[in-house]
Design a protein around this ligand. Structure first.
Ligand code: NCD
Length: 317
């Protein structure tokens, strides 16, 4: 790997060694840009920078991409990974508290990635251990490493992460991937358009946060009109598992489906993103289009997580 890091990269690396990654709010706009520069340096890198290090991946909620890409990133840099992907397989099923689980796991590893259905679980875990804790998604709150891979994908495709017009479609009430990314894009200076059924709008507390950042934003239910001048359309899954009322979910489950017809109404360069998994909200007829960026986004997850693990372990030049 290239060792000629800039001063900004080196000082960010110093700050991140041994730190936790809980929320995008712990970074400011220049730091987010520097972080993306660091990620770029990890493209294709397979040096054993994390030889002898162990990652514990504790997943109390289903996951495919986040868990496997963290494990892959760890292994590609020479480290090892352990953990569980189902809380029924852990002592939580016997009534153990999260803090106790974390306190014990710290003796088995050097870094912990946690996904949990409760908001604030990652913060609580970080307080229970001196090991770095990475939030792999806490309820409908935050998913900061997803945001970094989303930003990295946007920068690769659009050449920048500021001054863009970005639409968010789907479940803006419960979707943590959307919540984190909306905050980061507002910080970086982008215009946002929110498209959702009225019952799944972005909650007020997030609106207040982006207002405080002087972000330009608008709200609509009309997806055809919204796509006309977007640079990025970020589609999200309706988060069935977060609905208290199954009838409420039934009413909105098929609210939108993006396909080549709808995308053709937008700018030819507009890209379509999705954190995945998708259910019906993107038709497979879009998959072969050069405008579809969602599988590339998932692939970028490994590069982003390699960089993050190396930074947290202090294993960088
Ligand atoms: C997202 C998540 O778990 O928040 N998935 C992911 O990590 N790529 C989005 C989702 O589950 O819909």
């Amino acid at each position: 790997m290239d060792r000629n890091w800039t001063d900004a990269e080196t000082s960010l690396a110093r700050r991140m060694a041994g730190a936790d990654i809980i929320s995008v709010r712990q970074f400011d706009a220049p730091e987010l840009r520097t972080l993306l520069d660091v990620v770029q340096r990890f493209e294709g890198v397979t040096e054993p920078l994390l030889d002898g290090k162990v990652l514990a991946a504790l997943f109390f909620e289903p996951s495919t991409r986040t868990r496997l890409s963290f494990e892959s990133a760890m292994m590609r840099l020479g480290g090892k990974a352990l953990g569980f992907a189902d809380e029924k397989m852990s002592s939580t099923a016997k009534g153990e508290s999260l803090a106790d689980t974390i306190r014990m796991v710290e003796g088995y590893c050097d870094v912990i990635v946690l996904r949990h259905p409760r908001e604030g679980a990652a913060r609580l875990a970080a307080e229970a251990t001196t090991r770095p804790v990475v939030n792999g998604g806490d309820g409908s709150n935050q998913h900061p490493t997803q945001t970094l891979l989303d930003l990295y994908t946007i920068r690769r495709r659009c050449g920048k992460v500021e001054g863009l017009k970005i639409g968010f479609l789907g479940d803006l009430k419960y979707g943590r991937a959307a919540h984190s990314l909306i905050e980061a894009l507002a910080m970086l200076g982008n215009e946002l358009v929110f498209v959702s059924p009225p019952t799944l709008q972005l909650p007020d507390r997030h609106v207040e946060e982006i207002d405080a950042l002087s972000c330009r934003w608008s709200r609509t239910e009309d997806v055809d009109a919204a796509v006309r001048d977007l640079d990025v359309l970020y589609v999200t899954r309706i988060q069935q598992e977060r609905f208290g009322d199954p009838f409420e979910f039934e009413r909105v489950r098929n609210a939108y489906q993006i396909d080549i017809g709808i995308v053709a109404k937008g700018k030819p360069g507009m890209i379509v993103m999705h954190p995945l998994p998708r259910v019906n909200e993107i038709h497979p007829n879009l998959d072969a289009s050069p405008q579809a960026a969602y599988f590339e986004q998932a692939k970028n997850g490994v590069t982003v997580r390699k960089a993050l693990l190396a930074l947290l372990m202090g294993a960088v030049p």
